[in-house]
Structures are given as structure tokens and as C-alpha cells.
Design a protein around this ligand. Structure first.
Ligand code: NAP
Length: 279
């Protein structure tokens, strides 16, 4: 399969599909990564919070690092200057590599200065440990602040994005400002597979519900990061680029938006381990 790319402000090329790895561990992670890379994916998405960087690193060790686009993320509890630097070095160590193609702030943390976080990201960039930087789960307000204070361009905003939860204003803001949008949970964690329109289009295009949903997202100029522990699903999910949805069918999928996230809910437990903000 041939995967198109998005050019980042650094000139680096970001493949339009990547393998999401949340909840993939051990042998399952290795088999999915092998299936992905053997099928022609060249992009993997992990995070210190996924607890699987060592597994991902082990799988990657068999491949040529320069052929891969590797993303990791720093947890919101680690956004103070020194913590960002240490968290990145620990991720590199676990992944068995000396650089990340992209390092993301996993979630905003309103108790830590964004300027401080991005200054640390700029240091990592200057040291060659991260080639591009970005954010995740940022709304337009926070992204705008990040863009103002960052010395290095914010290349990516990774946000929940699928036909059941699409934020056109946020996507437009990103794309107008040269920030590539990556879709987290692009399959809505399977919640849309039974949808009537998705099923109908899967039948008429002879594709899976997953492929229909992912193709819609790719047509929004958004990079997709489907996760699967099944090598067969991994291969299917990458088969997105030699067919297209008719405009009318694309619009039918626009209309299934129920404005409901599967994970990016506004009520967060700030005291849990992700945020580490003591009450
Ligand atoms: N930045 C963030 O805060 C954030 C948040 C969420 C996600 N993400 C990123 O986005 C990635 C994807 O999101 P996600 O892991 O939440 O879920 P997702 O990709 O929306 O959905 C994964 C689910 O879909 C199933 N699936 C995948 N392909 C399938 C296919 N072809 N046919 C049938 N079922 C299929 C998988 O089951 P099987 O294993 O059985 O295939 C799994 O249960 C994550 O792994 C992570 O890298 C980032």
C-alpha cells in the first residue's frame, strides 16, 4: 500500500495513517506492529501513559528507524520544565531510539505554565531528541496560546475525531494555521460500526465499517491512528487510499454526528494518575 503524507513545518513527512497502540502490550503489540510495518504503514503512535513503549521499542528494533515516523507523548503530570526533559529521555530509553519524530503534550494541564512546557520542548528539539513538537486534546483557545509562546512550530494537534464527534471549527482553525490534525480514537472505539449509514456504505463500497469511517476522516484531510490487536484488521485499516466516497455519501456520514465524544469528556478527574493534581 502507498500512504500519502502531510508535510510538517520542519519539512518532515507525516504518513496519513499510523497505528494507534493504546492498550496494545507484549506479543499482541509486536504482532500488530509487524503486521502494520509489513503492510506499508510507516507511522506509530504511543505515549508514556500507554505503558507499552518497551514493547513498541522491541518490535521496532527489527526495522530501519529512519523509515519510521514515531510519536510519543508526555503526561500532563510531567509538564514542568525538568519533568518534560526527563519524561522524554525515559521514553527514548524505553523505545530504544535516540530521537522521536513527534513529541506531543498528551493533555493540557491548567496548573502548569504552557510556556514552561514548550520551552522544555524547544530544548529537546534543539538537542535533536525530538524532530517535531505538538499537542493533543487542545481546543482552539489553548492551541492559540501554545502557538504564541512556542519557539518551535506546533506541528500537530491530536484530537478525538470521527463521524460521531467532529468539531469543524477546531479542525478549520488547525488547518488554517498549518497544524496537522490527527484523529485519536478514529474508530470511535467501535461505537459507530452498527450505525445504519455506516453499514449501508460498507455494503455498497464492499468495504468494512472501519474502512468507511477512516476514509471519511482521511477526506477531511485528517491523519488517522486506528488501533487494532488483530493483524487482519490492521491490514484492512490501512487500505484507504485507492478508493473514495462519493460527495453525497461523504455528506451522509457528516450527518451522523451526534456531538458526543467517546473519550474527550469535559469532566476529568484531575487527581488521578494522569494529571497528578492533588486535591
Ligand atoms: N491523544 C489522546 O488522548 C488519545 C486518546 C485516544 C486515542 N489515542 C490514539 O488513537 C489510537 C486509536 O484510538 P483507540 O485506541 O482509542 O480506539 P479506536 O482506534 O477508535 O478503536 C479501536 C477498537 O476498534 C477495533 N477495530 C479496529 N479495527 C477494526 C476493524 N477493521 N474491524 C473491527 N474492529 C476493529 C479494535 O478491536 P480489535 O483489536 O479487535 O481490532 C478496538 O477495539 C490510540 O491507540 C492512540 O494511539 C490518543
Amino acid at each position: 500500500m502507498t500512504v500519502p503524507t502531510k508535510t510538517l513545518p520542519s519539512g518532515d513527512e507525516l504518513p496519513a495513517v499510523g497505528l494507534g497502540t493504546w492498550e496494545l502490550h507484549g506479543e499482541t503489540a509486536r504482532e500488530s506492529i509487524d503486521a502494520a510495518l509489513d503492510a506499508g504503514y510507516a507511522h506509530l503512535d504511543t505515549a508514556e501513559g500507554y505503558g507499552n513503549e518497551a514493547d513498541v521499542g522491541e518490535a521496532l528494533a527489527q526495522y530501519d528507524r529512519e523509515d519510521l515516523f514515531l510519536t510519543s507523548k508526555v503526561l500532563p503530570k510531567n509538564l514542568a520544565y525538568e519533568s518534560v526533559v526527563q519524561a522524554c529521555e525515559a521514553s527514548l530509553d524505553r523505545l530504544g531510539t535516540d530521537y522521536l519524530d513527534l513529541y506531543l503534550v498528551h493533555w493540557p494541564n491548567p496548573t502548569i505554565s504552557l510556556r514552561e512546557t514548550l520551552d522544555a520542548m524547544a530544548l529537546l528539539h534543539e538537542q535533536g531528541k525530538v524532530r517535531n513538537i505538538g499537542v493533543s486534546n487542545f481546543d482552539a483557545y489553548r492551541l492559540s496560546a501554545a502557538r504564541h509562546v512556542s519557539d518551535v512550530p506546533i506541528a500537530v494537534n491530536q484530537i478525538e475525531c470521527h463521524p460521531g464527534f467532529y468539531r469543524p471549527d477546531l479542525v478549520e482553525y488547525c488547518q488554517e494555521n498549518d497544524v496537522v490534525v490527527e484523529a485519536a480514537a478514529p474508530l470511535a472505539r467501535m461505537e459507530l460500526f452498527e450505525n445504519e449509514v455506516v453499514q449501508d456504505l460498507a455494503d455498497s463500497y464492499d468495504k468494512t465499517p472501519a474502512q468507511v469511517i477512516l476514509r471519511w476522516t482521511v477526506e477531511k484531510d485528517v491523519v488517522v491512528l486506528p488501533r487494532s490487536g488483530s493483524p487482519e484488521h490492521v491490514r484492512d485499516n490501512g487500505d484507504l487510499f485507492d478508493w473514495e466516497l462519493d460527495a453525497a455519501d461523504h455528506e451522509r456520514l457528516d450527518d451522523i454526528d451526534r456531538h458526543e465524544p467517546v473519550y474527550d469528556t469535559l469532566t476529568r478527574d484531575w487527581a488521578d494518575d494522569t494529571y497528578g493534581i492533588s486535591p
